[in-house]
Structure formats: structure tokens, C-alpha cells
Design a protein around this ligand. Structure first.
Ligand code: ATP
Ligand code: MG
Length: 298
């Protein structure tokens, strides 16, 4: 199975001639809620160091897919193994950035306290000494470019600043699989690029597999190896070139969908109205194109 789409894989799969065990392995996986099947017959291996995107309209089961990997949802049938263990038992080998929720403006938790939750939470058993934890937190804050606002209460931070902290929290302890649920939501283009780059750097430097749920493929197009596209109870898996085509998306949605490439970006038109995010996608695609045209970016 093609995994890396021909892209240079700095850091991934270092140190061994042996084929690495998959970071995520699903066999015959199905998930249904009552009569509604989100997906079925999903066989999938995600490799260490792979950047794997999960796309699809609202309600197609993207968050549920991550929750299966976290062991928070049981498959209706089939099996899910993550970091070599059954879903739900991989502990600190799995990092998770949940779908974004804000903090009350008067929340007293400081930025470094939020990152600290990731550090302490991963160290059950032997508690880290305060000093060691502080050193680790400082390193994480620096890694995500958040040192300057380490002591600012989280309620006062911007969406982009907060999202950097969530990345720091999720990468504490160096997980081998990083699950990210719409980490770019509500971020402007610059912050989308910065947060995507941070996550990809973690992947490249540690060989972690990244499973990245998103409504918008363009900000991560340079990084993505493969896509799982969920829609209407069906799915497709493949490289962006294989999946993001007029034929594949029209087939998935059961109606005519046009996919074109403009300035190296993917523009999807004609998605069914019921898939509410799609208007949002159009707007963003159009904005991204406008902005790129202004900036003269490829
Ligand atoms: N515990 C549950 N019981 C019944 N239905 C559920 C449950 N959890 C999720 N669902 C349904 O499953 C579908 C998929 O939900 P999920 O949150 O995975 O979608 P999503 O693709 O992440 O959507 P969004 O883009 O809006 O975040 C939705 O229709 C949701 O209502
Ligand atoms: Mg979701």
C-alpha cells in the first residue's frame, strides 16, 4: 500500500531495516448508531510517521473515528489496534487534541498550567518532581512558540495561541500516535499554517503517526500522505491525488461534485446542501485563493 506519496520522510521510520508495526490497524471495522451506519468494512493500516487526514461533512463520523481509536467508542464490529495495543489501552503512547472548546474569559488557569496537565497526566505511576515537570513544560512551551505567554491566564488567549498550547499538551511524553480533531477550526490562515507546521514537525522529528481530522484539506495539503474521506456511510482511502477527484467525490456523495486544482490548491464545488460545512469550505477555499493571489503565493 502506498504510504508516503513520494514525499521525503525526514525522521519517519528511522533506525531499522525491519518493517515497523502499524501505528493504527483496523480490521473489518464498522461503526453504527442504531440503524445508521457511519462506516463498515474498514481495513486500514496507518504507518509510523504517516500524516493521515480524515475528511468528510458534518456528522459523517470523523470525531467518532478518533473516539474509536481512543477507546471511547466501541466498534460495532471488527478490531482496532493503536500503538500495538487494543484501542483504549495505549496510554501515553497516544496524544489527543480534542475538538476546540474555549475557556471562560475569567478562567484562572495559566498557559503553562494547561501544558502541565499533559505532562503530569502522562506520568501516572511515578510522579515527576516539580523541577523535572517544570523543565519539561518549559521545553514544550518553547517547542510550540508559547514561552512568551506562559503565565497568561488561558481565558485571555487568542484561538491561535490556545491551539499551540493544545499541541504542546498532546505531544507531552512523545506519543507515537497523535490524534487531532479539527485543530485548525476558527484559526486564520497564518495560524492554520503555523499549527499544521508544528504538528508536522512533531511527526517528522519523532516518527509519530498523525491522524488529522479536518474540514479543509488545503492548509495541510503539503503534509498529507493519505486521506480517509467519509460521506453518506461510505469511505475512500488514498492519496490526495487519488481521493480528491471529481469521480471519487461524485461517487461518494451520489451527486455531481466538481474538484479542480487552482494554484496548487484543491477547490471542491457542488457539494450537497445538507452537508453544512461545505459552504464554509467554499468560503475558505475562495478566501485562500484570494489571499494567495494577493500574496503571489504558489
Ligand atoms: N453516542 C452516540 N449515539 C448516537 N449517535 C451518535 C453518538 N455519537 C455520535 N453520534 C452521531 O454519529 C454521527 C457522527 O458524529 P461525529 O461527531 O463523529 O461526526 P463528525 O464527522 O465529527 O461531525 P462534525 O464535522 O460536525 O464534527 C452524528 O450524526 C452523531 O449525531
Ligand atoms: Mg467532529
Amino acid at each position: 500500500m502506498t504510504v508516503d506519496g513520494g514525499r521525503a520522510r525526514a525522521g519517519a521510520g528511522q533506525g531499522g531495516a525491519q518493517a515497523a508495526a502499524p501505528a493504527v490497524a483496523l480490521r473489518g471495522a464498522s461503526l453504527a448508531f442504531g440503524p445508521r451506519t457511519l462506516w463498515s468494512g474498514l481495513d486500514l493500516d496507518i504507518s509510523p510517521g504517516e500524516f493521515f487526514a480524515v475528511l468528510g461533512p458534518n456528522g459523517s463520523g470523523k470525531t467518532s473515528f478518533l473516539k474509536v481509536l481512543l477507546g471511547l467508542r466501541r466498534l460495532t464490529s471488527g478490531s482496532a489496534v493503536i500503538a500495538g495495543r487494543p484501542a483504549g489501552s495505549a496510554g501515553r503512547d497516544v496524544g489527543y487534541i480534542p475538538q476546540q472548546k474555549g475557556f471562560a474569559a475569567d478562567a484562572s488557569l495559566r498557559a503553562r498550567d494547561l501544558v502541565g496537565l499533559g505532562v503530569d497526566g502522562h506520568r501516572w505511576g511515578i510522579r515527576l518532581s516539580r523541577r523535572k515537570a517544570d523543565v519539561e513544560i518549559d521545553g514544550l512551551l518553547e517547542r510550540v512558540g508559547a514561552s512568551d505567554y506562559a503565565k497568561v491566564p488561558v481565558g485571555q488567549l487568542s484561538g491561535g495561541e490556545l491551539q499551540r498550547l493544545r499541541v504542546a499538551q498532546a505531544i507531552a511524553g512523545g506519543p507515537s500516535v497523535l490524534l487531532c480533531d479539527e485543530p485548525l477550526l476558527a484559526l486564520d490562515l497564518n495560524h492554520q499554517q503555523a499549527v499544521s507546521a508544528l504538528i508536522d514537525r512533531q511527526r517528522a522529528e519523532t516518527g509519530a503517526a498523525v491522524v488529522f481530522v479536518t474540514h479543509e484539506i488545503n492548509p495541510i495539503l503539503d503534509y498529507v500522505d493519505r486521506i480517509l474521506y467519509l460521506a453518506q456511510g461510505q469511505f475512500r482511502v488514498g492519496s490526495p491525488q487519488e481521493v480528491m477527484t471529481t469521480e471519487v467525490l461524485s461517487d461518494l456523495y451520489g451527486s455531481r461534485v466538481e474538484v479542480s486544482r487552482v494554484n496548487g490548491r484543491i477547490v471542491v464545488l457542488g457539494l450537497p446542501d445538507a452537508t453544512t460545512h461545505l459552504h464554509h469550505d467554499h468560503t475558505h477555499a475562495a478566501l485562500a485563493l484570494d489571499q494567495n493571489a494577493e500574496e503571489g503565493e504558489a
